[in-house]
Design a protein. Structure first.
Length: 310
């Protein structure tokens, strides 16, 4: 019992998850049913994939505010390619490549010109949203094929495909951060960029690559979003970057960089999704959902600051 208590104290995000889950399970009939859990898993897939990439970026001490707009651009761009006669798989590959290029552009501006990540990606947020509106002519691009429907609404062995894809992304990201030299370098840069340079790390190249990976994951999330909605919508993804950042911060990753684990992000994504699902089932309005999310983020940052002081 003492061991379990110590574990929960050292892993506050897991403790928070259990408390919130128990609260909703107590007051909402069938909240813990398999159908509802799978439904939540499908709903959080897009945010989960965004949060996986955001975790890597934030570990380096950076931030990317443009991923919400990438949801719009990726969806509209991929749908437009398909409507123009491109093979669905080729359209998906090109879209992910465009996401990677957009992320690389962010990384280049940040590392070569020296504009801070917050300002760079804030500008990209507007540029990418404008591109999405221009490509779609301000309208949704619909009429997608069965391949896209399967990606967003199909199942694999009884599990929703978006959930399966999210789990794969989490596993790959976790392996990269914990088992590869590149992951070690990301933590090193977040812990001290100047020191990393002295140690011989190619800081600029590493940072450009992490923003490129983040852009590619944002494009993948866009394809999932597009297939779920059965259309590419230029106005989708507004504030999606805030949900992704919230999940990462709630999961214990430091906004100062150098500290964080993908397992924390997993629980952070689950908490954000569970809050949304539970509050909807309790018939609370969208305004209260926003307020609760804000309070959770504030508490998470507060706990992170306290740990740092201690």
């Amino acid at each position: 019992m003492k061991g379990l208590l110590r574990f929960l104290i050292n892993n506050k995000v897991i403790f928070a998850f259990l408390v919130i889950f128990s609260f909703f399970a107590l007051f909402i009939p069938n909240f813990y049913s398999v159908n509802n859990i799978l439904s939540v898993g499908k709903q959080i897939a897009v945010n989960g994939i965004l949060a996986a990439g955001m975790t890597m970026v934030i570990i380096t001490g950076g931030i990317d505010l443009s991923v919400g707009s990438m949801l719009a651009l990726g969806g509209v761009f991929c749908a437009t390619l398909f409507k123009a006669g491109f093979d669905p798989f080729l359209a998906i590959i090109i879209t992910i490549g465009i996401g990677a290029l957009t992320g690389s552009a962010n990384g280049l501006v940040i590392t070569k010109i020296g504009i801070p990540p917050f300002i760079t990606t804030l500008a990209t947020l507007s540029i990418v949203r404008g591109a999405a509106l221009a490509i779609g002519g301000g309208k949704s691009v619909s009429g997608l094929g069965p391949v896209f429907a399967f990606i967003g609404r199909g199942e694999l062995l009884g599990f929703p495909m978006p959930l399966v894809i999210m789990i794969v992304i989490f596993l790959v990201t976790g392996f990269t951060l914990s088992k590869t030299r590149y992951g070690v370098h990301l933590y090193a840069i977040g812990g001290g960029e100047d020191t990393s340079r002295v140690l011989g790390l190619k800081v600029n190249q590493i940072k450009i690559l992490v923003y490129s990976i983040n852009g590619a994951l944002a494009a993948l999330a866009a394809i999932l979003q597009m297939s779920r909605l059965n259309s590419g919508q230029p106005l989708t993804g507004v504030s999606a970057e805030l949900d992704a950042i919230a999940a990462v911060v709630v999961g214990g990753t430091s906004l100062n960089g150098g500290r964080g684990r993908i397992i924390g992000t997993v629980f952070g994504v689950a908490i954000i999704g569970m809050l949304t699902n539970g509050l909807i089932l309790l018939n609370l309005s969208f305004y209260y959902q926003l307020a609760v999310k804000g309070l959770v983020i504030l508490l998470a940052v507060g706990m992170s600051t306290e740990r740092k002081k201690n």
